[in-house]
Design a binder for this molecule. Sequence first.
Ligand code: NAD
Ligand code: DAU
Length: 356
Amino acid sequence: MSQAKKIMVTGGAGFIGSALVRNLIANSGYEIMTVDALTYAGNLASLEPVASSPRHQFVQADICDKDIIAELIKNFQPDIITHLAAESHVDRSIDGPAAFIQTNLVGTYSMLDAAKTYWEKLPSDRRDQFRFHHISTDEVFGALGDEGFFTEQTAYDPRSPYSASKAGSDHLVRAWYHTYGMPVLITNCSNNYGPYHFPEKLIPLMILKCLAGEPLPIYGKGDNVRDWLYVDDHVRALQNVFENGIPGESYMIGGNSERTNLSIVETICDALDTLRPRVDNQSYRTQISFVPDRPGHDFRYAIDATKLKNNLGWEPRESFETGIAKTIQWYLDNEAWWGPIVDGSYAGERLGTNKV
Ligand code: NAD
Ligand code: DAU
Protein backbone atom coordinates (compact mmCIF):
# COMPACT_ATOMS: atom_id res chain seq x y z
CA MET A 1 0.00 0.00 0.00
CA SER A 2 1.34 3.47 -0.84
CA GLN A 3 2.04 5.84 2.03
CA ALA A 4 -0.51 8.53 2.92
CA LYS A 5 0.31 11.91 1.43
CA LYS A 6 1.43 14.55 3.89
CA ILE A 7 0.21 18.12 4.17
CA MET A 8 1.68 20.89 6.30
CA VAL A 9 -1.00 23.47 7.17
CA THR A 10 0.28 26.82 8.47
CA GLY A 11 -2.28 28.83 10.43
CA GLY A 12 -4.21 25.63 11.10
CA ALA A 13 -5.45 26.81 14.51
CA GLY A 14 -7.22 29.78 12.90
CA PHE A 15 -10.68 30.03 11.39
CA ILE A 16 -10.13 28.70 7.85
CA GLY A 17 -7.03 26.61 8.64
CA SER A 18 -8.82 24.68 11.38
CA ALA A 19 -11.80 24.07 9.07
CA LEU A 20 -9.35 22.71 6.47
CA VAL A 21 -7.70 20.41 9.01
CA ARG A 22 -11.00 19.16 10.46
CA ASN A 23 -12.37 18.47 6.98
CA LEU A 24 -9.24 16.75 5.69
CA ILE A 25 -9.04 14.48 8.72
CA ALA A 26 -12.74 13.62 8.44
CA ASN A 27 -12.93 13.18 4.67
CA SER A 28 -9.50 12.21 3.32
CA GLY A 29 -6.52 10.00 4.10
CA TYR A 30 -3.93 12.79 4.37
CA GLU A 31 -1.49 12.95 7.25
CA ILE A 32 -1.38 16.51 8.56
CA MET A 33 1.05 18.67 10.49
CA THR A 34 -0.51 21.91 11.70
CA VAL A 35 1.98 24.71 12.35
CA ASP A 36 0.63 27.73 14.19
CA ALA A 37 2.09 30.39 16.51
CA LEU A 38 -1.19 30.57 18.50
CA THR A 39 -1.52 34.34 18.30
CA TYR A 40 -4.72 35.90 19.70
CA ALA A 41 -6.50 34.39 16.63
CA GLY A 42 -5.20 30.84 17.01
CA ASN A 43 -7.14 28.48 19.23
CA LEU A 44 -6.42 24.84 20.01
CA ALA A 45 -10.10 24.42 20.91
CA SER A 46 -10.82 24.71 17.17
CA LEU A 47 -8.69 21.59 16.62
CA GLU A 48 -10.28 19.65 19.47
CA PRO A 49 -12.31 17.46 17.02
CA VAL A 50 -9.03 16.13 15.53
CA ALA A 51 -7.01 16.02 18.75
CA SER A 52 -7.13 12.23 19.01
CA SER A 53 -6.48 11.51 15.33
CA PRO A 54 -3.25 9.58 14.70
CA ARG A 55 -3.07 11.40 11.33
CA HIS A 56 -2.79 14.84 12.90
CA GLN A 57 0.00 16.55 14.82
CA PHE A 58 0.18 20.12 16.08
CA VAL A 59 3.36 22.17 16.40
CA GLN A 60 3.44 25.64 17.92
CA ALA A 61 5.90 27.68 15.86
CA ASP A 62 6.27 31.12 14.28
CA ILE A 63 6.50 31.03 10.48
CA CYS A 64 8.98 33.92 10.63
CA ASP A 65 11.49 31.61 12.33
CA LYS A 66 13.07 30.16 9.21
CA ASP A 67 15.36 27.68 10.96
CA ILE A 68 12.52 26.09 12.90
CA ILE A 69 10.29 25.99 9.82
CA ALA A 70 13.10 24.42 7.75
CA GLU A 71 13.62 21.78 10.44
CA LEU A 72 9.88 21.00 10.64
CA ILE A 73 9.63 20.64 6.86
CA LYS A 74 12.73 18.43 6.70
CA ASN A 75 11.45 16.12 9.43
CA PHE A 76 7.84 15.93 8.26
CA GLN A 77 8.60 15.62 4.50
CA PRO A 78 5.33 17.16 3.22
CA ASP A 79 3.98 16.56 -0.27
CA ILE A 80 1.94 19.76 -0.02
CA ILE A 81 2.29 22.93 2.03
CA THR A 82 -0.89 24.96 2.43
CA HIS A 83 0.07 28.38 3.74
CA LEU A 84 -2.72 30.12 5.66
CA ALA A 85 -0.86 31.65 8.62
CA ALA A 86 -1.39 35.40 8.53
CA GLU A 87 -2.57 38.44 10.40
CA SER A 88 -6.06 38.57 8.92
CA HIS A 89 -8.09 41.47 10.34
CA VAL A 90 -8.26 44.71 8.32
CA ASP A 91 -9.17 46.87 11.35
CA ARG A 92 -6.14 45.62 13.32
CA SER A 93 -3.92 46.42 10.32
CA ILE A 94 -5.10 50.03 10.48
CA ASP A 95 -4.18 50.34 14.17
CA GLY A 96 -0.93 48.33 13.98
CA PRO A 97 0.48 47.46 10.54
CA ALA A 98 3.84 46.12 11.83
CA ALA A 99 2.61 42.62 12.68
CA PHE A 100 1.07 42.38 9.20
CA ILE A 101 4.34 43.24 7.48
CA GLN A 102 6.17 40.77 9.70
CA THR A 103 3.91 37.73 9.40
CA ASN A 104 2.36 38.23 5.96
CA LEU A 105 5.49 39.37 4.13
CA VAL A 106 8.52 38.22 6.14
CA GLY A 107 6.71 35.07 7.25
CA THR A 108 5.71 34.15 3.69
CA TYR A 109 9.29 34.74 2.53
CA SER A 110 10.51 32.48 5.33
CA MET A 111 8.05 29.74 4.28
CA LEU A 112 9.09 30.04 0.62
CA ASP A 113 12.78 29.93 1.41
CA ALA A 114 12.46 26.89 3.68
CA ALA A 115 10.15 25.14 1.20
CA LYS A 116 12.55 25.76 -1.70
CA THR A 117 15.54 24.32 0.17
CA TYR A 118 13.51 21.19 0.88
CA TRP A 119 11.88 20.94 -2.56
CA GLU A 120 15.20 21.20 -4.43
CA LYS A 121 16.51 18.10 -2.64
CA LEU A 122 13.47 15.92 -3.32
CA PRO A 123 13.80 13.02 -5.78
CA SER A 124 12.53 14.13 -9.21
CA ASP A 125 9.14 12.36 -9.06
CA ARG A 126 8.32 13.91 -5.67
CA ARG A 127 9.75 17.28 -6.75
CA ASP A 128 7.29 17.42 -9.67
CA GLN A 129 4.36 16.48 -7.45
CA PHE A 130 5.21 18.95 -4.63
CA ARG A 131 2.85 21.94 -4.21
CA PHE A 132 3.16 25.19 -2.23
CA HIS A 133 -0.38 26.55 -1.98
CA HIS A 134 -0.68 30.17 -0.84
CA ILE A 135 -4.11 31.13 0.52
CA SER A 136 -4.90 34.73 -0.30
CA THR A 137 -7.74 37.19 -0.46
CA ASP A 138 -9.82 39.14 -2.97
CA GLU A 139 -8.84 42.32 -1.09
CA VAL A 140 -5.55 42.44 -3.05
CA PHE A 141 -7.61 43.72 -6.02
CA GLY A 142 -8.90 46.82 -4.22
CA ALA A 143 -12.51 47.96 -4.38
CA LEU A 144 -15.24 47.58 -7.00
CA GLY A 145 -18.01 50.08 -7.72
CA ASP A 146 -21.62 48.96 -8.26
CA GLU A 147 -20.69 46.85 -11.30
CA GLY A 148 -18.11 44.22 -12.26
CA PHE A 149 -16.30 41.27 -10.70
CA PHE A 150 -12.74 40.33 -9.75
CA THR A 151 -11.19 37.68 -12.03
CA GLU A 152 -7.74 36.07 -12.29
CA GLN A 153 -6.86 38.89 -14.74
CA THR A 154 -7.77 41.79 -12.44
CA ALA A 155 -4.83 44.09 -11.66
CA TYR A 156 -3.61 44.28 -8.07
CA ASP A 157 -4.69 47.48 -6.27
CA PRO A 158 -4.58 46.89 -2.49
CA ARG A 159 -5.57 49.75 -0.18
CA SER A 160 -5.29 48.67 3.48
CA PRO A 161 -2.11 47.61 5.27
CA TYR A 162 -3.64 44.11 5.45
CA SER A 163 -4.41 43.84 1.74
CA ALA A 164 -1.08 45.43 0.78
CA SER A 165 0.77 42.84 2.87
CA LYS A 166 -1.25 40.01 1.29
CA ALA A 167 -0.64 41.44 -2.21
CA GLY A 168 3.08 41.52 -1.47
CA SER A 169 2.96 37.91 -0.31
CA ASP A 170 1.17 36.87 -3.54
CA HIS A 171 3.93 38.54 -5.55
CA LEU A 172 6.62 36.75 -3.56
CA VAL A 173 4.94 33.38 -4.16
CA ARG A 174 4.69 34.06 -7.91
CA ALA A 175 8.36 35.09 -7.95
CA TRP A 176 9.34 31.69 -6.51
CA TYR A 177 7.51 30.05 -9.43
CA HIS A 178 8.95 32.22 -12.19
CA THR A 179 12.48 32.46 -10.79
CA TYR A 180 13.05 29.04 -9.21
CA GLY A 181 10.36 26.93 -10.85
CA MET A 182 8.85 25.93 -7.50
CA PRO A 183 5.32 24.53 -8.12
CA VAL A 184 3.12 27.11 -6.41
CA LEU A 185 -0.62 27.73 -6.45
CA ILE A 186 -2.46 30.86 -5.33
CA THR A 187 -6.12 31.18 -4.43
CA ASN A 188 -7.88 34.51 -3.82
CA CYS A 189 -11.09 34.13 -1.86
CA SER A 190 -13.92 36.39 -0.79
CA ASN A 191 -15.27 36.83 2.77
CA ASN A 192 -15.67 33.55 4.65
CA TYR A 193 -18.11 32.90 7.49
CA GLY A 194 -19.09 29.89 9.57
CA PRO A 195 -18.29 28.12 12.86
CA TYR A 196 -15.10 28.89 14.85
CA HIS A 197 -14.83 32.44 13.37
CA PHE A 198 -13.03 34.82 15.72
CA PRO A 199 -15.59 37.33 17.08
CA GLU A 200 -13.84 40.46 15.81
CA LYS A 201 -15.14 39.82 12.26
CA LEU A 202 -18.56 41.17 11.21
CA ILE A 203 -20.77 38.07 11.42
CA PRO A 204 -19.63 36.47 14.71
CA LEU A 205 -19.20 39.91 16.30
CA MET A 206 -22.79 40.85 15.51
CA ILE A 207 -24.19 37.52 16.73
CA LEU A 208 -22.42 37.83 20.07
CA LYS A 209 -23.21 41.54 20.48
CA CYS A 210 -26.89 40.76 19.89
CA LEU A 211 -26.79 38.13 22.65
CA ALA A 212 -24.92 40.50 25.00
CA GLY A 213 -27.51 43.26 24.45
CA GLU A 214 -24.82 45.61 23.11
CA PRO A 215 -25.00 48.13 20.23
CA LEU A 216 -24.31 46.61 16.77
CA PRO A 217 -21.70 48.93 15.25
CA ILE A 218 -22.24 49.36 11.50
CA TYR A 219 -19.49 51.31 9.77
CA GLY A 220 -20.71 54.27 7.70
CA LYS A 221 -24.14 53.67 6.16
CA GLY A 222 -23.84 49.88 6.02
CA ASP A 223 -24.02 49.91 2.23
CA ASN A 224 -20.59 48.32 1.62
CA VAL A 225 -20.90 44.96 -0.14
CA ARG A 226 -19.05 41.70 0.50
CA ASP A 227 -19.40 38.34 -1.33
CA TRP A 228 -19.93 35.75 1.44
CA LEU A 229 -18.73 32.14 1.24
CA TYR A 230 -19.40 29.42 3.82
CA VAL A 231 -16.04 28.25 5.14
CA ASP A 232 -16.55 24.54 4.31
CA ASP A 233 -17.10 25.51 0.65
CA HIS A 234 -13.79 27.39 0.73
CA VAL A 235 -12.06 24.34 2.20
CA ARG A 236 -13.44 22.09 -0.57
CA ALA A 237 -12.13 24.56 -3.13
CA LEU A 238 -8.69 24.56 -1.48
CA GLN A 239 -8.47 20.76 -1.59
CA ASN A 240 -9.59 20.76 -5.22
CA VAL A 241 -6.94 23.35 -6.15
CA PHE A 242 -3.99 21.72 -4.37
CA GLU A 243 -4.96 18.32 -5.85
CA ASN A 244 -5.85 19.44 -9.39
CA GLY A 245 -4.68 23.03 -9.95
CA ILE A 246 -1.96 23.93 -12.45
CA PRO A 247 1.30 25.14 -10.88
CA GLY A 248 1.97 28.84 -11.41
CA GLU A 249 -1.73 29.62 -11.79
CA SER A 250 -4.16 31.40 -9.51
CA TYR A 251 -7.84 30.68 -8.87
CA MET A 252 -10.59 32.99 -7.65
CA ILE A 253 -12.99 31.56 -5.03
CA GLY A 254 -16.28 33.27 -4.23
CA GLY A 255 -19.73 32.65 -2.86
CA ASN A 256 -22.09 34.26 -5.41
CA SER A 257 -23.64 35.84 -2.34
CA GLU A 258 -23.26 39.60 -2.38
CA ARG A 259 -24.89 41.33 0.56
CA THR A 260 -24.66 44.82 2.08
CA ASN A 261 -23.36 44.90 5.64
CA LEU A 262 -26.68 46.31 6.85
CA SER A 263 -28.62 43.44 5.30
CA ILE A 264 -26.25 40.92 6.94
CA VAL A 265 -26.85 42.45 10.36
CA GLU A 266 -30.61 42.62 9.81
CA THR A 267 -30.63 38.94 8.77
CA ILE A 268 -28.82 38.01 11.99
CA CYS A 269 -31.22 40.12 14.09
CA ASP A 270 -34.28 38.57 12.47
CA ALA A 271 -32.99 35.01 12.90
CA LEU A 272 -32.20 35.59 16.57
CA ASP A 273 -35.62 37.23 17.11
CA THR A 274 -37.01 33.76 16.33
CA LEU A 275 -34.32 31.50 17.80
CA ARG A 276 -33.49 33.43 20.99
CA PRO A 277 -36.07 36.26 21.49
CA ARG A 278 -35.01 39.15 23.71
CA VAL A 279 -36.59 39.09 27.16
CA ASP A 280 -38.33 42.41 26.43
CA ASN A 281 -39.61 40.93 23.11
CA GLN A 282 -38.17 43.86 21.14
CA SER A 283 -36.30 43.10 17.93
CA TYR A 284 -32.50 42.89 17.99
CA ARG A 285 -32.69 45.45 15.17
CA THR A 286 -33.18 48.11 17.86
CA GLN A 287 -29.51 47.51 18.82
CA ILE A 288 -28.24 48.63 15.37
CA SER A 289 -25.96 51.65 15.69
CA PHE A 290 -24.27 53.49 12.81
CA VAL A 291 -20.69 54.48 13.71
CA PRO A 292 -17.92 56.40 11.88
CA ASP A 293 -16.65 54.55 8.82
CA ARG A 294 -13.53 52.39 8.59
CA PRO A 295 -10.67 54.51 7.16
CA GLY A 296 -10.16 53.62 3.48
CA HIS A 297 -13.19 51.31 3.55
CA ASP A 298 -13.33 49.29 0.28
CA PHE A 299 -16.84 49.67 -1.15
CA ARG A 300 -17.54 46.33 -2.81
CA TYR A 301 -15.92 42.95 -3.40
CA ALA A 302 -17.40 40.38 -5.83
CA ILE A 303 -15.82 37.30 -7.37
CA ASP A 304 -16.19 35.67 -10.75
CA ALA A 305 -15.21 32.06 -10.00
CA THR A 306 -15.84 30.77 -13.55
CA LYS A 307 -12.30 29.40 -13.93
CA LEU A 308 -12.61 27.23 -10.84
CA LYS A 309 -16.04 26.02 -11.95
CA ASN A 310 -15.10 25.28 -15.58
CA ASN A 311 -11.59 23.89 -15.04
CA LEU A 312 -11.91 22.09 -11.70
CA GLY A 313 -15.66 21.63 -11.29
CA TRP A 314 -16.02 23.52 -7.99
CA GLU A 315 -19.15 25.39 -6.95
CA PRO A 316 -20.36 26.49 -3.51
CA ARG A 317 -22.88 24.10 -1.96
CA GLU A 318 -24.29 26.43 0.70
CA SER A 319 -26.53 29.36 -0.14
CA PHE A 320 -26.13 32.36 2.14
CA GLU A 321 -29.47 31.48 3.75
CA THR A 322 -28.46 27.91 4.66
CA GLY A 323 -24.93 28.92 5.69
CA ILE A 324 -25.95 31.79 7.96
CA ALA A 325 -28.63 29.62 9.63
CA LYS A 326 -26.01 26.94 10.43
CA THR A 327 -23.59 29.60 11.65
CA ILE A 328 -26.02 31.33 14.00
CA GLN A 329 -27.11 27.98 15.44
CA TRP A 330 -23.46 27.00 15.96
CA TYR A 331 -22.79 30.15 18.03
CA LEU A 332 -25.93 29.53 20.07
CA ASP A 333 -24.75 25.98 20.77
CA ASN A 334 -21.05 26.67 21.36
CA GLU A 335 -20.59 29.22 24.10
CA ALA A 336 -17.91 26.86 25.44
CA TRP A 337 -15.80 27.90 22.42
CA TRP A 338 -16.47 31.65 22.30
CA GLY A 339 -17.08 32.35 26.00
CA PRO A 340 -13.38 32.21 26.98
CA ILE A 341 -12.43 34.45 24.01
CA VAL A 342 -14.96 37.12 24.92
CA ASP A 343 -14.04 36.94 28.62
CA GLY A 344 -10.33 36.81 27.99
CA SER A 345 -8.35 37.91 24.95
CA TYR A 346 -11.00 40.01 23.24
CA ALA A 347 -13.84 42.07 24.65
CA GLY A 348 -15.43 43.17 21.39
CA GLU A 349 -14.06 46.70 21.46
CA ARG A 350 -14.06 48.87 18.30
CA LEU A 351 -10.84 48.34 16.32
CA GLY A 352 -9.52 50.15 13.25
CA THR A 353 -10.01 53.78 14.20
CA ASN A 354 -6.28 54.61 13.91
CA LYS A 355 -6.44 56.03 17.44
CA VAL A 356 -4.55 53.32 19.31
P1 NAD B 1 -7.28 33.75 11.34
O1 NAD B 1 -6.79 35.08 11.83
O2 NAD B 1 -8.50 33.16 11.91
O3 NAD B 1 -6.12 32.66 11.52
C1 NAD B 1 -4.77 32.94 11.28
C2 NAD B 1 -3.94 31.89 12.00
O4 NAD B 1 -2.56 32.15 11.71
C3 NAD B 1 -4.10 31.91 13.51
O5 NAD B 1 -4.29 30.60 13.99
C4 NAD B 1 -2.78 32.47 14.01
O6 NAD B 1 -2.38 31.98 15.28
C5 NAD B 1 -1.83 32.04 12.92
N1 NAD B 1 -0.64 32.90 12.83
C6 NAD B 1 -0.60 34.25 12.78
N2 NAD B 1 0.67 34.68 12.74
C7 NAD B 1 1.46 33.58 12.72
C8 NAD B 1 2.85 33.37 12.67
N3 NAD B 1 3.71 34.39 12.62
N4 NAD B 1 3.31 32.10 12.64
C9 NAD B 1 2.45 31.05 12.69
N5 NAD B 1 1.13 31.18 12.77
C10 NAD B 1 0.63 32.44 12.78
O7 NAD B 1 -7.38 33.91 9.76
P2 NAD B 1 -8.36 33.20 8.73
O8 NAD B 1 -9.57 34.02 8.59
O9 NAD B 1 -8.47 31.78 9.08
O10 NAD B 1 -7.51 33.36 7.38
C11 NAD B 1 -6.56 32.37 7.01
C12 NAD B 1 -5.91 32.79 5.71
O11 NAD B 1 -6.90 32.97 4.70
C13 NAD B 1 -5.17 34.13 5.80
O12 NAD B 1 -3.99 34.02 5.05
C14 NAD B 1 -6.13 35.13 5.18
O13 NAD B 1 -5.42 36.20 4.60
C15 NAD B 1 -6.80 34.26 4.13
N6 NAD B 1 -8.18 34.64 3.78
C16 NAD B 1 -9.13 34.85 4.74
C17 NAD B 1 -10.43 35.15 4.36
C18 NAD B 1 -11.52 35.34 5.39
O14 NAD B 1 -12.63 35.76 5.04
N7 NAD B 1 -11.30 35.03 6.68
C19 NAD B 1 -10.76 35.28 3.01
C20 NAD B 1 -9.75 35.09 2.05
C21 NAD B 1 -8.47 34.77 2.45
O1 DAU C 1 -12.55 39.64 1.45
C1 DAU C 1 -11.79 38.73 2.16
C2 DAU C 1 -11.41 39.32 3.51
O2 DAU C 1 -12.59 39.33 4.29
C3 DAU C 1 -10.30 38.54 4.21
O3 DAU C 1 -9.12 38.64 3.45
C4 DAU C 1 -10.05 39.09 5.61
O4 DAU C 1 -9.08 38.30 6.28
C5 DAU C 1 -11.36 39.05 6.38
O5 DAU C 1 -11.18 39.62 7.67
C6 DAU C 1 -12.45 39.81 5.62
O6 DAU C 1 -12.17 41.23 5.59
P1 DAU C 1 -13.33 42.32 5.78
O7 DAU C 1 -12.73 43.59 6.21
O8 DAU C 1 -14.25 42.36 4.61
O9 DAU C 1 -14.15 41.62 6.99
P2 DAU C 1 -14.78 42.20 8.34
O10 DAU C 1 -15.57 41.10 8.95
O11 DAU C 1 -13.78 42.89 9.19
O12 DAU C 1 -15.78 43.30 7.80
C7 DAU C 1 -16.82 42.97 6.88
C8 DAU C 1 -17.56 44.25 6.53
O13 DAU C 1 -18.29 44.68 7.69
C9 DAU C 1 -16.65 45.41 6.16
O14 DAU C 1 -17.27 46.16 5.12
C10 DAU C 1 -16.56 46.24 7.42
C11 DAU C 1 -17.90 46.00 8.09
N1 DAU C 1 -17.91 46.02 9.57
C12 DAU C 1 -17.02 45.22 10.22
C13 DAU C 1 -16.99 45.18 11.60
C14 DAU C 1 -16.00 44.32 12.34
C15 DAU C 1 -18.83 46.78 10.24
O15 DAU C 1 -19.65 47.50 9.64
N2 DAU C 1 -18.82 46.75 11.62
C16 DAU C 1 -17.93 45.98 12.33
O16 DAU C 1 -17.96 46.03 13.59
